[in-house]
Design a protein around this ligand. Structure first.
Ligand SMILES: Nc1nc2c(ncn2[C@@H]2O[C@H](COP(=O)(O)OP(=O)(O)OP(=O)(O)O)[C@@H](O)[C@H]2O)c(=O)[nH]1
Ligand SMILES: [Mg+2]
Length: 246
């Protein structure tokens, strides 16, 4: 599992992104990920996770997998599982040593992955934060409250818990059983990693406005459920027997 300092290349990399009704973004997203992966990894795969889309996302994903059989795979959740379920599917399908994921709506510049890779010499996990979050004031405040609460709940000091721009080592994924199907997935993974003694490095990346597709606008129902479920998740994780730390 090498991170060659000189060129910040990874020996083995999985790139995946969840898509729910992203027919206007999925083709472009796949092409920018192909260009990035070729540049930073010796051996890579790209996984499009179609999370029960009702539009043409699924068909387009299959066409991309057929067009690039050695690089791209398309997997489909039917019915839609939700953001957490989509990430669990991506991590479950990943076959390479390092696993990078981001959103499938082009709201991040995947070429900024170098900033994450540069952290992997010193840290086990690289988790970005958005330097200029492209969301409403309410959603930005909500995001700050959420990160503060999650940090308090699990004794962490991390910025922007839900920033979808992270690299995990597969050896961590193989050690944990994830349970979050909704918006708690990022909190759960970082909390479990911290509990297992993994070192988490952070760096700032740009956040871009959504170029196309339906903005979920931070669905209030999803947010309130996340706050409610955070207490349950804390009880569950802290109730599990003390894991062998890394
Ligand atoms: N909203 C939503 N997104 C999903 C789901 N499953 C996968 N996704 C994908 O998860 C990524 C993040 O979802 P977004 O709706 O973009 O979440 P967001 O960035 O917080 O909100 P907006 O971009 O403003 O809608 C996108 O690529 C979605 O296509 C789902 O069940 N609901
Ligand atoms: Mg988005």
């Amino acid at each position: 599992m090498t991170v060659s300092d000189a060129t910040s290349r990874l020996s083995s990399l999985t790139v995946f992104f969840p898509c729910h009704n992203e027919e206007e973004n999925v083709v472009r997203m796949t092409e920018v990920c192909r260009a990035m992966a070729r540049r930073v990894a010796d051996d890579f795969e790209i996984i499009i996770v179609d999370d029960g889309s009702a539009d043409a996302t699924g068909r387009l994903a299959d066409e991309l997998a057929a067009k690039y059989p050695n690089e791209v795979r398309a997997v489909h959740n039917n019915p839609n599982r939700g953001y957490g379920g989509a990430l669990q599917r991506g991590f479950g399908e990943a076959r390479k040593d390092w696993i990078f994921y981001t959103d499938g709506d082009m709201q991040f510049d995947v070429e900024e992955i170098d900033k994450l890779i540069a952290l992997l010499g010193e840290y086990d996990i690289a988790s970005a934060y958005r330097t200029n979050r492209q969301d409403s004031f309410v959603r930005r405040m909500n995001g700050k409250c959420w990160s503060w609460l999650v940090n308090r709940a699990f004794g962490m000091r991390l910025r922007d818990i839900d920033c979808a721009f992270k690299i995990y080592p597969r050896r961590f994924i193989e050690r944990v059983t994830l349970c979050s199907e909704g918006a708690l997935i990022d909190a759960e993974m970082l909390a479990r990693a911290t509990r297992l003694g993994y070192r988490i490095g952070q760096v700032g990346v740009k956040h871009l406005p959504r170029p196309a597709g339906e903005s979920s606008g931070g669905n209030l129902r999803v947010i309130l459920r996340a706050f409610r479920e955070l207490r349950k998740l804390r009880t569950k994780i802290l109730g599990e027997s003390e894991p062998n730390r890394r």
